[in-house]
Design a protein around this ligand. Structure first.
Ligand SMILES: NC(=O)c1ccc[n+]([C@@H]2O[C@H](COP(=O)([O-])OP(=O)(O)OC[C@H]3O[C@@H](n4cnc5c(N)ncnc54)[C@H](OP(=O)(O)O)[C@@H]3O)[C@@H](O)[C@H]2O)c1
Length: 253
């Protein structure tokens, strides 16, 4: 068994604890929570600690805390030469304290504490400072997911930026669509099959192949009428920028 301690008790930490609880290869030794949290699903309360001095030696520490706290938390682990991984998409591996063997264990999904998730389908992006540590990190990752990738810090940054476009920005566009529906007394429910079909298409088509709509077809009369319909300047700007981007993309070979 590979012994692992999770530092943090937020969204990612709790999902990791639940996922590892089902693994035959990984034993969660402790969970560190700075606020004396007494109950985390899938872990005995006696294994939850809130003092760094109570941490035991393990094969791997996974730090799942807010991005800005990762560096300081890694310094607080009261041992040296430990394998220590953080779980962030946006933070370089280098911020971890240099007394440790640094690593990254980045699950590329959006996590919310009480929203169940199928961990086996979540891509986990791994990076280790030392090649000799990669195998242990990979074994831990494979024990909970079928999708494990070696991704360096530069690639992870690119992935994180891509994720903001395909997840956060797309969701914001749903919000704008919802607002337009509300203003016009339309149930947003009517748009849901379209949203689902658009995301399903990505399984079989490239985003460029899947693109449809007035911008793709250069239907300028429709585009002008949409712009005239919108009375919110912010929505107009977003519509113009995205229309232009789709049209420019259409010109590329
Ligand atoms: N949520 C996601 O969708 C997602 C996806 C992939 C990767 N990640 C990454 O995973 C990490 C954790 O994200 P999360 O969403 O799980 O965050 P979260 O739910 O906000 O939880 C953050 C945890 O960090 C702890 N913490 C914050 N500052 C600390 C400090 N100075 N010392 C000790 N503990 C501290 C918090 O403790 P308190 O409860 O006491 O404040 C809490 O347990 C981040 O690096 C994030 O980038 C998140």
């Amino acid at each position: 068994m590979i012994s692992v301690t999770i530092i943090g008790s937020g969204n990612v930490a709790q999902h990791l604890v639940s996922a590892f609880a089902k693994s035959d290869l990984v034993e969660i030794v402790q969970v560190f929570s700075r606020q004396k949290v007494t109950s985390i699903p899938a872990i005995e309360p006696s294994k939850i600690v809130s003092e760094y001095t109570d941490l035991k030696l393990v094969d791997l520490f996974i730090i799942a805390v807010s991005d800005d706290a990762i560096a300081a938390v890694s310094s607080q682990i009261p041992f040296a030469n430990m394998l220590v991984a953080h779980t962030s998409g946006g933070v370089a591996m280098g911020v971890l304290d240099s007394k440790h063997r640094k690593a990254v264990f980045y699950p590329l999904q959006t996590f919310t504490k009480n929203k169940p998730i199928v961990f086996s389908e979540i891509p986990i992006c791994l990076e280790t400072q030392h090649q000799s540590d990669y195998q242990i990190l990979e074994t831990v990752a494979i024990s909970i997911s079928q999708k494990v990738f070696s991704i360096n810090s530069e690639q992870r940054k690119a992935l994180h930026v891509s994720a903001v476009f395909v997840n956060n920005f797309v969701n914001h566009l749903y919000q704008i669509g919802n607002e337009i529906c509300i203003e016009n007394n339309i149930d947003f429910e009517i748009l849901k099959p379209l949203i689902l079909e658009t995301s399903k298409k990505i399984e079989t088509l490239s985003p460029k192949q899947a693109q449809t709509g007035p911008a793709k077809r250069n239907d300028n009369t429709t585009i002008e009428s949409h712009l005239a319909f919108l009375n919110n300047e912010n929505q107009k700007e977003i519509y113009k920028i995205l229309t232009q981007s789709i049209q420019e993309n259409g010109k590329k070979l």
